[in-house]
Design a binder for this molecule. Structure first.
Ligand SMILES: C[S@@+](CC[C@H](N)C(=O)[O-])C[C@H]1O[C@@H](n2cnc3c(N)ncnc32)[C@H](O)[C@@H]1O
Length: 249
């Protein structure tokens, strides 16, 4: 072991090991697709027990007029219909899974256009059934979210709900891409596993394709100006989850 490695904290070493584990991108994507082939069937019935904060991150989002004013410019003399001319609110969810968040957002923002991207066809199958009622306001794409993808750009809001911690090791590139795909003034919203001091928990989660090494909040804060920045412990401190709203400069 080198002196440099010795001087690293247990946390850093663990993060490095997990990053190495996830370094084969092609394998990582096919592993996730196989994982969700089974989990898609029970996903909506089971995740309430540990994916905390999903409702809160959506409930605390500002009204449409506020999101639009931040991206299209406030206009004190705006006449009714002017915002419509600027186009509807555009929302992207990265890793939309079974579509539970998109359904909430489609109701909360009845004029919005929504795009959901997910690499699992099985999860998207569930989403398609759930979102039929919203017609062509919702577009679903089966692909990994990355530069050169089909998600489009000029979004007012980009949501990551328990997807960032599964995008390894590309989570930083993906946040940079979200920044590009957001309009200036646009908002990123994220909810996810944040950290755990228990290495056994970190390793357990890595077997489920999730990296819980305290990397996400600093990555979000570095790229987006925080509007809401919360970290909470659960199950007597087994892990912490994060809720974040941040603005693109
Ligand atoms: C834990 S689920 C979260 C689903 C949903 N957002 C929710 O809150 O219930 C994570 C989802 O992210 C998707 N995912 C993981 N990596 C992805 C990537 N690079 N691009 C797009 N989707 C991805 C997975 O297929 C899975 O459906």
């Amino acid at each position: 072991m080198t002196t440099a490695t010795k001087s690293k904290s247990a946390d850093e070493v663990s993060a490095q090991k997990l990053n190495e584990k996830f370094s084969d991108r092609g394998k990582q994507i096919s592993n996730l697709q196989s994982y969700y082939r089974l989990h898609a069937m029970v996903y909506d019935a089971t995740r309430w027990a540990f994916l905390f904060g999903r409702k809160e991150v959506l409930r605390r989002l500002p009204p449409a007029a506020e999101l639009l004013a931040a991206t299209r410019g406030p206009d004190a003399n705006a006449k009714p219909g002017d915002q419509a001319k600027a186009g509807p609110l555009r929302i992207l969810e990265v890793g939309c899974g079974t579509g539970v968040n998109l359904a909430y957002l489609a109701r909360k923002y009845p004029e919005a256009e929504l795009v959901g991207v997910d690499l699992s066809g099985d999860m998207l199958g569930k989403a398609r059934a759930k979102l039929k009622t919203f017609g062509d306001r919702v577009t679903l794409l089966e692909e990994p979210y990355q530069a050169g993808g089909n998600a489009g750009t000029n979004f007012d809001l980009v949501l990551f709900s328990y997807s960032l911690s599964m995008i390894n090791p590309q989570w930083a590139e993906v946040l940079d891409q979200a920044k590009i795909d957001l309009r200036p003034g646009g908002m990123v919203a994220a909810v996810d596993f944040s950290d755990s001091k228990y290495l056994s928990f970190r390793h357990h989660m890595s077997r489920n394709h999730v990296m819980v090494t305290g990397h996400l909040l600093p990555g979000l804060r570095e790229r987006f100006a925080p509007v809401l920045d919360v970290e909470r412990g659960v199950y007597l401190g087994w892990w912490k989850y994060l809720i974040f709203h941040g603005r693109r400069a």
